[in-house]
Ligand binder design. Sequence first.
Ligand SMILES: [Fe+2]
Length: 164
Amino acid sequence: MKLTSLNDLFIHQMRDLYNAEQQLLKAMPDMMEKVSNKNLASVMKDHMKETENQVKRLEQCFEILGVSGKGEKCKAMEGIIKEAKEFMEHDADQEVMDAGIIACAQRLEHYEIAGYGTACTYAKFLGHDEVLNLLQEILSEEKKADEKLTFVAESAVNKKAERH
Ligand SMILES: [Fe+2]
């Protein structure tokens, strides 16, 4: 696809995000399986539900924009997930595994926050108001998920991991 305008770039970024969310949705059950801490498990479970909705919201965005959401493979998300999977193969104490999974999950969240932040800026600039609202909803969920992960890490997981 030749990119000739900011709108083309916007669509390109949206497709990248859409693919990233789909990859993430597939990878989440494996990550959740390795989690021991109950609070962490519930944060991740909630965020998986949110992610399912985010995929639907992005599909809504493509419908509004009148373009297909297909065509991009998010290599960065692929890499972050690969790293998470490799980490989870380690023989680790429960608390250390939990702390490591939080580290992986926060990398994912921060990547998404960066992507949605840019997409929101473009949507605003291009006057795609309806799409902007949907993207802002997603962005705020990502930020909250990141905060909850920080809270779980600071309140319990890291302390327990430190005791080993
Ligand atoms: Fe997401």
